[in-house]
Structure formats: structure tokens, C-alpha cells
Design a protein around this ligand. Sequence first.
Ligand code: DC
Length: 194
Amino acid sequence: MIFTVAIDGPAAAGKGTISRAIAARFGFAHLDTGLLYRAVGAKGGDPIVAAQTLSPEDLARGDLRTLQAGQAASRVAAIPEVRAALVDFQRRFARAEGGAVLDGRDIGTVICPEAEVKLFVTASAEVRAHRRHAEVGGDYDQVLREVVERDARDAGRADAPMRAAEDAIVIDTSDMTIDAAVARAAEIVAARLG
Ligand code: DC
């Protein structure tokens, strides 16, 4: 069975948790596509060469989840040649036998417009900054500034900007528990599976 669940949205909206839960519940493979851009940003040197030569070891680095790695990822993600180098791998993953969940910014719009389910998971910048702050600590105002800055860069770039596909279902998690958000996503996937 070929079945793709595309989950897009801004940082700290709950995409990752929802994606992992959906993959586990339905037995689908999961790809966190943000990790690809984080690994390119963290590798250093020419980001285009880094994207073209990305290896499993690059993806296994322990420092990819930091705020700095997120900002670096957002910067390299605006380079069209970096995105182009990562397209084929993501498309193959999305359409591989057995079902797949991919989370990112452009999965429903660019990587897999034919996805059977498209979700856009979002929340207010303040709620997302509070969640990030609870995870990483530091200065809340600084975390909020970084969230807003990253949103603006990811949504404002010319190539594959972050946006909801026209046929995406929006889940706003600002006032939802994570369990409720997962349940809503699972209900949508189950309905489409039939
Ligand atoms: O989801 P994340 O926070 O790990 O993503 C890090 C950055 O990578 C994000 O700010 C923009 C970029 N990204 C992207 O441009 N396209 C994707 N499909 C996933 C991430």
C-alpha cells in the first residue's frame, strides 16, 4: 500500500509528536525532514555540497536539536540548490511501500502534493515559544524572537515557502492537549484509510 501522510507547520506546533504517534499507530515509516536541513546546517562548509553528500552519520549527530541548529537549518533551507538535493530522497520515502508520515514545511505543497492526507499543524507564536522555553530554558523573550524570526524566514523564502496546501486540514494546537491533537490527526487518517 502506498499512503502518505504529509504534516507541515511551524516549529514547536506539535508536528513531531503527532507524526511519531501516527506512524506508530498505523505502522507507517516516519521521516522528520527538518532533521535533513539541520544536518546540512550543522555540517559546515558549503551547504550545497553538504546537502549533496549528506550521510547517515550526519543525521545521527547529537547536536541537531538545539535552537542554534534550528536557525542554521532555516538559513540553509532557503537555498534552492540545498532543497533540490534533498527532494528525491524525500519523495522516495513518501511513496515507498507500506505507508509513510513526513513532517516538515513543504511536504503537502512540494514534496508530495499527491499525499493521501495533508495536515497543517500550527499554534500561536506565544504558545510555541512557551513550549520551546519549557524544553530548552533560557530567556523567554529571546526564544519568542527566534520563533517569530524563523517563521518569517521559512514562510517568506521564494523556494517552497512554509504554507498550508489548499487541501490541507488545519489543526491549531494552541488550546489543545497533545493527546487531543494526536486523536484528531488519527481520526483524519483512519477516515481516509477507510
Ligand atoms: O522542523 P524543524 O524545526 O526541525 O526544521 C528546521 C528548519 O528546517 C526549519 O526552520 C526550516 C527547514 N525545513 C524546511 O525548510 N523544509 C522542511 N520540509 C523541513 C524543515
